[in-house]
Write a protein that binds this ligand. Structure first.
Ligand code: ASC
Length: 153
């Protein structure tokens, strides 16, 4: 295959990967709801392990912090595809109607969180607890801001 065609094929493959979450299709609203809840739950578990280190509740383990932060950063792209049209009901959910009536604003929160998750992963990669702590606060705040706005109690 000529180099140009190879490069094109590689770009197409990469684009497929990147657009996978956005293209996620669900057989029924219940599946989308379970999908987003599952992704958010798993993320929360890994995020919580980083928080325990950042807050001194468990000893700092640079490798564990990096693995958990990489997992959070990878999963951060996923939940949003599960908030598509018509997924406001179909299974128990705490998502507020604003998710669907203020889509641009909701997307801003999702983007902000993804940016903070990437920064957290970069900070974890340095192996410095101070860097981890510095990045954890803003990341946690980006979780909380969206929850406050769009998750019912
Ligand atoms: C977590 C988790 C969240 C956030 C949020 C931060 O560990 O599961 O939803 O942190 O509580 O304020």
């Amino acid at each position: 295959m000529p180099i140009k065609a190879l490069a094109l094929a590689a770009t197409a493959a990469a684009a497929t990967l990147v657009s996978l979450p956005a293209a996620a299709q669900f057989a029924k609203p219940e599946d989308a709801i379970k999908y987003r809840q599952g992704a958010l739950f798993v993320m929360g578990q890994h995020f919580g392990r980083i928080g325990a280190m950042a807050n001194g509740r468990v000893p700092f383990d640079a490798k564990a912090a990096q693995e958990n932060a990489d997992t959070v950063a990878a999963l951060a792209a996923l939940p949003w595809a599960g908030f598509g049209p018509g997924t406001d009901k179909g299974a128990p959910t705490k998502a507020k109607p604003g998710v669907w009536t203020e889509q641009a604003k909701f997307q801003e929160y999702a983007d902000k969180f993804q940016a903070e998750a990437a920064k957290l992963a970069a900070a974890a990669k340095t192996g410095s607890l101070d860097n981890l702590k510095a990045a954890f606060g803003p990341a946690a705040n980006s979780c909380k801001a969206c929850h406050d706005a769009y998750r019912a109690r």
